[in-house]
Design a binder for this molecule. Sequence first.
Ligand code: HEC
Ligand code: HEC
Ligand code: HEC
Ligand code: HEC
Ligand code: HEC
Ligand code: HEC
Ligand code: HEC
Length: 396
Amino acid sequence: MLLGLATFVYYCKNVKTESDYYNPQTLATHDNGEHFVGSKTCMECHADIYNTHLETAHFNSGSMADSSNIKGSFKEGSNILDLKSVEFVMRSDGEYFYQHTRIKNRSTEIPPSKFDIVIGSGVRGQSYLTWDKDDLYQLQASYYTPTDSWVNSPGYPTYYDEPRPIRDACLKCHITYAKTVETSPNGNRFDRSQMIYGIDCERCHGPSAKHVVYHRENPEAIESKFTLKIEDLSRQQRLDLCAQCHSGPRNIVLKGNSFSYATGEDLKQYTKNVDNESSERKLDVHGNQYGLLTRSECFKQTATMDCSTCHDPHRKERGNTAYFNGKCIGCHNDGAKMCSNKAHGSDIMTSNCITCHMPTTPSQAMMVQLTKDSLETSFNIRTHLIGIYEQELWRD
Ligand code: HEC
Ligand code: HEC
Ligand code: HEC
Ligand code: HEC
Ligand code: HEC
Ligand code: HEC
Ligand code: HEC
């Protein structure tokens, strides 16, 4: 009988794991009814892409805070942000991380705020969010990579300010999915059980539960089912996929919410920028690669150029000069004109094209104040308005 029971238990366990395998756990459900299953699920069949994707700024762009991803220092001496009338001290109890607030010349106690979410992979900097129950707020201390120090969060005053409620504005571009709770008075309440951190596979490829189930049940199938074939999309559809986060703030929501758009759909029906209409407006380099690229001759005079012409979204490519030069030369050899800069002689075609033609440019939209007495400093971002620039801008 014991043996029978043991077999029965074993059987139940196995059946459970098997049905788990064919019904992967749903992490969240998109408004269109499709289920997200997370990139760990993709690993078994797309190991190469999964592994390189882990290294990307996208994947690391919004995460739950822990000792591995907070770049700012908690060490005595370098853990302070000193502003005019307030001081913030960053401390850790070994497990969790906190921002302590001391308003100068005042005895008011402000309870410490926990670092819960990290926004930004840290290429240039990071901001931090904190939960108060299910409401989300931004910490006043941010981190700036070029100086390796704590700075005042962009847009915050130099005195103590009430924590800023975070609606979906940061999350919509820095993570895969979040669901706001309708009844939220400040619009900053989220269903914490349905947050998917990082910009993961399913943000670009769509919630993929059906695809995973199909291929697990049909391991012999080599033709993909229940995924969108990105290569078959039109140029505009392919651009829209990136433009949802790389074409300015798009604060005006026309349909659904900030997470409703799905790859393959017409983005302009979902969201737009406040000043969408004016083509003369000077675009900021921060977060508007789409607007700038589409004004470039390279884009206008070719029928197929899109973001994937130069970027493989599954790989970390930053700093890979030879790779990017190869992309320029791919067209500018006999198809498009060669460089006409005579000053550099005949070796110009072996030099770094982007230093001169896509120079790094200070952002007017993203600025930080480094110390209490300094003026605001701009983030420098590489422009996607490919063109001919003054020599002063040629630098790396
Ligand atoms: C059980 C295996 C399996 C799992 C798990 C799986 N896939 Fe696939 N996927 C395939 C197969 C097989 C193909 C077709 C061959 C290929 O393109 O690699 C495919 C193709 C694709 C394609 C290309 C579609 C096209 O036609 O261009 C995408 C995109 C994709 N998968 C995304 C995902 C994502 C995202 C996940 C995780 C949420 C995932 N897959 C999990 C088996 C799987
Ligand atoms: C969900 C919003 C979102 C989508 C969709 C998106 N991006 Fe991004 N992208 C970001 C954010 C946010 C960053 C900054 C990440 C960071 O450093 O924290 C970024 C960074 C990048 C970078 C810089 C990487 C680096 O190493 O610093 C490149 C290149 C890029 N994106 C290209 C693309 C392309 C191409 C697409 C479309 C295939 C795309 N992105 C789609 C939000 C998005
Ligand atoms: C419309 C999309 C969008 C929104 C909304 C957005 N960001 Fe970003 N963010 C980006 C992109 C794209 C980049 C990287 C490239 C660039 O600057 O163009 C970036 C870069 C950053 C970086 C630097 C990341 C790094 O690793 O260097 C930080 C920090 C950041 N954003 C914080 C925030 C915070 C905080 C909010 C909310 C108040 C926010 N962002 C809202 C798209 C967005
Ligand atoms: C930032 C958006 C983005 C993210 C994140 C992303 N992809 Fe892709 N993926 C694309 C684009 C765009 C293409 C089409 C590339 C092209 O046309 O050159 C693509 C193509 C593919 C393909 C088919 C072609 C190929 O390269 O084999 C597979 C499979 C795939 N992705 C799987 C994944 C998986 C798995 C993940 C997560 C580990 C992931 N992708 C994350 C945008 C993304
Ligand atoms: C898909 C093909 C393609 C790619 C890739 C490409 N270009 Fe171009 N580019 C063109 C075409 C076509 C023109 C129009 C003039 C011509 O025929 O050269 C052009 C024009 C230019 C111009 C002249 C701009 C002006 O305003 O007069 C410069 C500079 C330039 N490209 C630099 C680059 C650099 C740098 C890269 C790589 C980062 C690059 N291009 C990638 C096709 C391309
Ligand atoms: C002609 C080639 C080309 C095309 C097309 C292109 N990019 Fe880039 N992109 C680059 C180069 C070169 C860099 C600089 C890489 C580096 O710094 O190592 C870059 C950098 C970026 C960065 C990081 C900027 C920074 O300074 O942090 C983002 C974000 C980005 N690209 C997004 C996009 C998006 C979105 C599209 C489509 C709208 C796009 N790119 C199309 C060549 C291109
Ligand atoms: C040291 C800076 C510098 C570098 C590096 C450089 N260029 Fe140029 N390029 C220029 C200048 C300046 C001009 C305008 C020259 C003139 O017309 O007087 C120019 C012109 C061009 C043009 C317009 C040609 C025409 O006839 O209208 C193209 C295309 C171009 N460059 C492509 C490239 C490519 C591709 C690379 C990389 C292999 C590159 N450049 C590297 C400075 C540079």
